[in-house]
Design a protein around this ligand. Structure first.
Ligand SMILES: [Zn+2]
Length: 350
């Protein structure tokens, strides 16, 4: 009897302390179990990957149900169809999409078909939008706008134009118009202005006329980038001569690749020349441009001939040059070359 009485009293005391000192008791219990058990529930809010995914799916579907104003028609239409499925069904389809490694809709449809899901579900899979797939998707293929095909060595049929920047020996920047024939690789770089930025379209048009169409006539196709300088007056000038300039997309500057490479090659020769001869100022830069043009047009090899040979039918004369067997010993030319006062001096040195 005493035993039962003492057990009852102990139980009562226990119950009372559990109520009165609930916090302290819990702390003590936790302290007792510290370090000796494997399955203490996490006290922080960390969720397992599966829980995160489930929450993500539910949230996404919840967001889908919220009407968004000013939505595009196709998106509104898609949403409307997608929301005709109950939320649980949508969550299930999304889960399948995730489970199969963000499988494309076509694959999800096959899975559903094989598992004999209702046709209504299968039909609506393509209206499911997955933000993760969209964010990680590769950029869409740019529209393939090909350069008009140059399948011959025809001169002045298709030409490409761009602007290059170069500094003189004192670091002053200059802009030059780089004109390149895609058929023969013949290149003319014309002086535009001293400075940086976009040259005026009118200036480009003038330089183009004087350096290219003046001596060679009008090409059939002109390829240029969409820089501002190539719009307006320049485009009008081409249009007036029956040429619709082909613009390369801003996103794909490589369309102008060959012209740009030729510009780079030109600069590669011009820059050391500028530094070695300390070329500076507008007039010297103009001389430099003309001389580098003649060098690149004789140096390049296009189908076994240099661009100069393709266009002129022969190499140009270089009086006083050691390599010119007809005029290498022209005394007048040689004395001009070594006379620093001569107007011909710099030209010859370049
Ligand atoms: Zn996805």
């Amino acid at each position: 009897m005493n035993l039962i009485k003492s057990i009852r009293m102990k139980a009562e005391a226990n119950a009372l302390t559990r109520v009165a000192l609930a916090g302290e008791i819990a702390e003590e219990e936790a302290y007792e179990s510290r370090g000796c058990t494997l399955d203490v529930p996490d006290t922080d809010d960390e969720m397992t990957a599966a829980e995160v995914e489930a929450r993500d799916i539910q949230e996404t579907e919840h967001l889908e149900e919220i009407p968004v104003p000013h939505q595009g028609q196709s998106e509104a239409e898609r949403k409307k169809i997608w929301l005709t499925l109950p939320r649980n069904a949508r969550a299930a389809l999304r889960k399948i999409h995730h489970e199969f490694g963000h499988a494309p809709h076509k694959l999800v449809r096959s899975v559903l078909k094989a598992a004999k899901y209702p046709q209504e579900w299968i039909d609506k899979v393509e209206h499911m939008r997955c933000i993760h797939c969209e964010v990680t998707a590769k950029p869409k293929q740019r529209s393939k706008v090909a350069v008009p095909k140059v399948d011959s060595y025809e001169f002045n049929k298709t030409i490409a134009v761009d602007v290059i920047e170069i500094h003189d020996a004192e670091g002053t920047p200059y802009l030059l118009l780089n004109i390149f024939c895609l058929g023969t690789d013949y290149q003319v770089v014309g002086y535009l202005l001293q400075g940086i930025g976009n040259p005026k379209s009118r200036l480009c048009a003038e330089t183009f006329s004087t350096t290219w169409t003046g001596p060679f006539g009008w090409p059939i196709d002109v390829l240029c980038d969409r820089g501002l300088h190539n719009r307006g007056h320049f485009a009008k000038l081409l249009g007036a001569h029956g040429i619709a300039p082909s613009n390369t997309a801003l996103e794909s500057p490589e369309h102008l690749g060959r012209c740009e490479r030729a510009g780079g090659h030109w600069k590669h020769i011009a820059i050391p020349t500028i530094q070695t001869l300390k070329i500076k100022g507008e007039s010297q830069m103009k001389i430099l441009a003309a001389e580098i043009n003649s060098v690149v047009n004789e140096m390049r090899n296009k189908g076994g001939f240099s661009p100069a040979q393709w266009v002129l039918g022969r190499m140009s004369r270089r009086p006083g040059d050691q390599m010119d067997s007809d005029a290498w010993a022209d005394i007048g030319v040689i004395s001009s070359q070594i006379d620093p006062q001569s107007a011909f001096h710099l030209k010859a040195k370049v």
